[in-house]
Design a protein around this ligand. Structure first.
Ligand SMILES: [Zn+2]
Length: 174
């Protein structure tokens, strides 16, 4: 029993030593052959370019997917939400699928849709912000006659409001 344990330890130690030795050789090799290392990198880059030929590549939508996935991963570092990791992985897979896709027209269409939705999203917030800014200075009333929204300045006391749509007058406290 003890013999077996020692043997196991021995094997582990030998393996560990060999691994370190291998790493040292590799570091030494790359240090001695910087040029060759660079050449290998260039070759890899060339291979990748060949692989990407006729494929869609990156766009705004893919970048958005990537950043969204990264954000989810960062969040999971602080808050443990198991679903976020799966979602991040799914987003990354989808991102790579789009990059390597050969159906360029379809991917470009998706990107166009994404940009459109993004613009709508931004517009919505801009409009909301405008409205919030106006709420400080104005009060909004509905005309009792035609339900038209009327904007009046705040803090003027009781005032007579003239409806621009149906020309009805009504009195409110502003
Ligand atoms: Zn009215």
């Amino acid at each position: 029993m003890t013999n077996l344990l020692i043997k196991k330890q021995d094997i582990f130690l030998t393996f560990y030593k060999t691994a370190i030795f291998h790493k040292m050789i590799m570091v030494f090799y790359f240090y001695k052959n910087k040029k060759e290392g660079f050449y290998i990198l260039m070759k890899l880059k060339e291979k990748f370019q060949q692989f990407m030929y006729g494929r869609y590549g990156t766009d705004e939508f893919s970048r958005f997917l990537l950043y969204f996935a990264l954000a989810l991963m960062v969040i999971t570092l602080f808050v443990r939400v198991p679903l976020f990791n799966t979602l991040a992985l799914a987003l990354l897979v989808y991102c790579y699928f789009r990059m390597f896709s050969k159906n360029i027209y379809k991917r470009a269409d998706e990107n166009r849709m994404f940009l459109q939705k993004k613009q709508q999203f931004l517009n919505y917030f801009r409009k909301n912000k405008d409205h919030m800014g106006q709420m400080k200075e104005y009060r909004f009333f509905k005309c009792p006659n035609c339900k038209q929204k009327v904007r009046v300045p705040r803090g003027k006391g009781k005032i007579k409001i003239h409806c621009p749509r149906c020309h009805n007058d009504f009195i409110k406290k502003s």
